[in-house]
Design a binder for this molecule. Structure first.
Ligand code: FAD
Length: 399
């Protein structure tokens, strides 16, 4: 067995790299892969038409029909064209910027989505309640997306638009440490975003369009090395984000165990519940890494409440920035994963902690879906780094 390239405890966490890899490989990754395929977790409600509250004058999200263009049907695999179960006919397959891989497939099972409680999340920008325009968002603007048909992968979205989003996320919202003055909490916000960014880059590298002419997809280890592996901090932040989100899931175990996973398919729904129980009360996880992250250490100082409000506002801004992502499929995964992070923050910091309100936890169905799908994405990234990292580094040494 190769010695792990990162050793010791993941910074600011409570478990070491080897344990995380081992647990992920043995327990978490297989469970999460099954979970995200269940009818409950594979549909996500989202408003893909963006109301970008920033850069209003550049025309990017101004014209609905302009930002999305129709694709020739024959560009999609046969499977994508078939209605899913009793699904709606997929007559609105669209693509953006002329790239079919950037378009979201909206094929879905219309029966699969039933409501949960609608509660506010102070950490995230809500499509339905925080609309920046005066008229409220019509429900018709919300789309249900089958995530299984829309894997996070290379889309061709790059250049100034993508760069502008990341720049805004980093420079306006969580300035890069090590500014020594940055407190623990601000450092954590930076690490969460950086860890998510690493995971997005790893998904691009793991499912890359290698040859457009022959539609050949595969790993791009060079990209993985150059965007993530050559910067140890980015790998460390990925592990940190994974443990942070894992802690949120296990902290909310009792709530998530009792939640409703009903989609109208009793066999599938029982399976969902059983998989959730295996994830939430996993003896191997509890033995090897009982406290993946210790949130009780935070917001202790005098500045605690003020700092929490400030970071909440910063995170909300990051969440709003996702509406400015100029590629539909990237926007889908950007919004889902930022909602997942916001849900983790809500679980860890807005409920039953130092918060004076002593609220009990209430999550929207969409928040639970985002949380588990985010954990799965991070788990996939960790697995990919663990399995392919050495090969990517070797490849780079040889060039
Ligand atoms: P970028 O990834 O754009 O990075 C910009 C700068 O950020 C880097 O130069 C570096 O200074 C810094 N940086 C990079 N990684 C980290 C890190 N982990 N931690 C800290 N700092 C870092 N493209 C796709 O093909 N598929 C997608 O699904 C997709 N989803 C996206 C979702 C969002 C929300 C956004 C904003 C973009 C998405 N993109 C996606 C585009 C993709 O992330 C890149 O922006 C694009 O591929 C161009 O990459 P780049 O090499 O310029 O570096």
């Amino acid at each position: 067995q190769d010695k792990h390239r990162y050793s010791g405890i993941v910074e600011d966490c409570c478990c070491d790299y080897e344990t995380v890899d081992h647990l992920n490989e043995e327990v978490l990754h297989p469970l999460l892969q099954d979970l995200v395929k269940t009818p409950f977790f594979r549909y996500f409600k989202v408003k893909l038409w963006c109301n970008c509250p920033f850069w209003p004058d550049d025309g990017m999200c101004r014209l609905r029909d302009c930002s999305v263009c129709e694709c020739p049907e024959n560009e999609f695999p046969e499977l994508f064209k078939k209605p899913y179960h009793h699904g709606l006919p997929s007559d609105d397959l669209k693509c953006q910027e002329g790239k079919p891989q950037a378009a979201v497939d909206r094929t879905l099972d219309s029966k699969a989505f039933r409501g949960w409680t609608e509660t506010d999340n102070p950490w995230t920008y809500d499509d339905e309640t925080d609309n920046c325009e005066s008229e409220s968002v019509l429900d018709t603007e919300m789309t249900y997306v089958n995530l299984q048909l829309n894997p996070e992968r290379y889309t061709g979205y790059t250049g100034p638009s993508a760069r502008r989003i990341w720049d805004a996320v980093y420079s306006e919202n969580c300035p890069k440490y090590p500014a020594e003055e940055l407190c623990q909490e601000e450092k954590i916000l930076y690490k969460l975003i950086s860890g998510l960014h690493s995971s997005i880059s790893i998904h691009i590298a793991s499912d890359y369009l290698l040859d457009e002419a022959t539609n050949l997809w595969g790993h791009n280890l060079d990209l993985m090395y150059n965007r993530v592996l050559r910067y140890p901090n980015r790998v460390q932040n990925l592990y940190f984000t994974f443990l942070f989100v894992l802690r949120a899931v296990t902290k909310a175990a009792d709530y998530l165990e009792q939640a409703e996973y009903d989609t109208g398919n009793p066999t599938e729904d029982l399976k969902t519940h059983s998989l959730m129980r295996q994830l939430l009360y996993n003896p191997k996880l509890q033995a090897a890494c009982p406290l993946p992250f210790d949130e009780a250490k935070l917001w202790k100082g005098q500045r605690g409440p003020e700092l929490k409000q400030k970071i909440q506002a910063q995170f909300k801004n990051i969440s709003a920035l996702m509406d400015c992502v100029g590629c539909e499929k990237c926007r889908l995964w950007g919004k889902l994963q930022v909602l997942g992070l916001g849900t983790a923050l809500k679980i860890l910091f807005s409920v039953n902690g130092e918060d004076h309100s002593h609220q009990t936890l209430e999550l929207q169905r969409n928040e639970v879906i985002a949380l588990i799908n985010l954990l799965n994405r991070l788990s996939e990234s960790i697995k990919f780094v663990h399995e392919m990292g050495a090969a990517a580094e070797k490849l780079n040494e040889g060039t």
